[in-house]
Every structure is written in C-alpha cells, then in structure tokens.
Design a protein around this ligand. Structure first.
Ligand code: SAM
Length: 243
C-alpha cells in the first residue's frame, strides 16, 4: 500500500482522507473563531487580497474547492451577481454545514456540493475561475486535485491557490515557535483539541514550497503561474492560467 504524509506521520494513502476528515469534523464549529485567533485576523486580509486578484465580474462561473465555511465563495458571489454562479464545495459535511448556516443567517444561498477535489462532479471547461484556500495541503493526491481543477476550467480560466508556504529565513525561528508551541496550546484551550492544531503546523511544513507548487501547477496544465508572497512568505497565493 502506497504511503503518504499526515502531518509528520507516514500513513497509508487510503487512511489519510479519513484522518483529515477527523480533524475538520473536530474543529468545524470553532473553525472561524480559531482562524481569527490564530492568524490575529490576518486570514481576512489574505482572503481579501485573493478576492482582489480574482477580479470576479458579473456573470462569471466560479468554483470554490475545499471552501469550508465559505469566506471566498461569499465574496465571489457578491461580485458574480445574479447572472453568475459560485459553487461552494468541500469534502467535509460538518464544515459545509457550518458555512451554510452562517451564509443563510446572512441571507446568502449558494449552490453547495460535498465532493472530493480529486474527483470533481463537474463537466470539463465549465468554470471561468477556481479557488482553493488552505485546502490543497490536506489532499492526498495534490497532483490529481490540481489536474481536476484544470479540467473543469475553460482555456484561459484561472486557478487561485492560497496556501501556507515557506517564510523568509528571518521569520522561520519565531514562526516555528509560534506554530509548534503557541498554536497547539491555543487549540487546546479554545477548541479543546491541541492535536488538530499540531497537525496544522506539521501539514504546513510538509507542503511544497512556492517553487515546488508552481512546478506542480505547470505540470497539471497551467501554462503560466504567478506567485504572490504574503506575510513574508508565510502564505503564498499562486495564480495559474489554464492553457
Ligand atoms: N477554504 C476555507 C478557508 O479558507 O477558510 C477552508 C479551509 S480549511 C483549513 C481546509 C478545508 O479543506 C476543510 O474544510 C477540509 O474539509 C477541506 N478538504 C480537505 N481535503 C479535501 C479534499 N480532498 N477535497 C475537498 N476538500 C478537502
């Protein structure tokens, strides 16, 4: 049986999706609060930047993959307007439920699909733009997921990948202390789950860095890929244009 990473652990490939599901089942109801606490609210700025780069216009067809509680999908929907379509997808029903409840409370209703990014239930070339924010590193076969996102985009369509990445050298020591000491402690105190936040720190370290992800996107069918480093490279936005 082929092996893959779950944080720093080696696990059977068949086991990883279930382990990741356990993490997000556990954190779903506290997910938005923890995002604000752990990033000191910065995730909002990173997503706002992504929305600005996406430049969604009225009428556009947009797919948010691993969209969780729907921050990006909601912002895209405001811009796509009634003539456009924004589909919120995620493999985890607890995350989608938390997102759908929050959107409904605000009077926003989006088409939603529970699905694995590695097998998207959409026809070829059916979207102008796809996004995946802080989701790719959790996927077992990242190449397969990127190829699926390329498949459902029309030629010239864009994929935006917002993900933790490799910070500048000066930031690495303090960032390691923050990730492996403070983050699991806050996870334990607030979400009653230190292990999931230890997994978060480990999964970030195992994720391909900026250059490696760019190469993966090119191999998946994105002819041109730009990298936007945010917060000194702690996070990077990769923008790929489908050939
Ligand atoms: N995009 C949201 C955001 O930025 O707030 C949620 C990000 S959350 C850290 C990661 C999400 O990826 C989770 O909701 C998880 O269920 C989802 N995910 C993990 N593996 C997936 C897969 N194979 N296919 C689709 N979604 C997946």
């Amino acid at each position: 049986m082929a092996q893959t990473h779950f944080g720093y652990q080696n696990v059977d490939e068949a086991e990883k999706a279930g382990r990741v599901r356990g993490v997000f089942d556990s954190v779903a109801t506290k997910y938005d609060l923890m995002n604000d606490v752990l990033s000191l609210g910065l995730h909002r700025a990173w997503k706002a930047y992504t929305v600005a780069v996406a430049a969604v216009r009225p009428g556009m067809q947009v797919l948010d993959v691993a969209g969780g509680t729907g921050d990006l999908a909601r912002a895209f929907a405001e811009r796509a307007g009634p003539t456009g379509r924004v589909v919120l997808t995620d493999i985890n029903e607890a995350m989608l439920r938390a997102g759908r409840d929050r959107l409904l409370d605000d009077g926003v209703l989006l088409p939603t699909a529970a699905c694995d990014a590695e097998h998207l239930p959409f026809v070829d070339a059916s979207f102008d733009l796809a996004s995946v924010a802080f989701g790719l590193r959790n996927m077992t076969h990242k190449e397969a997921a990127l190829a699926e996102m390329a498949r459902v985009l029309r030629p010239g369509g864009r994929l935006l990948v917002l993900e933790f990445s490799r910070p500048a050298p000066l930031l690495r020591k303090p960032y390691d202390w923050y990730s492996f000491t403070l983050m699991p402690l806050l996870g334990k105190l607030i979400a009653k789950d230190g292990d999931s936040y230890r997994y978060l720190a480990e999964s970030i370290r195992m994720h391909p860095d900026q250059a490696a992800l760019k190469a993966m996107m090119k191999a998946a069918g994105f002819g041109h890929v730009d990298i936007h480093n945010l917060a000194g490279g702690i996070v990077a936005l990769h923008v790929g244009i489908k050939c």
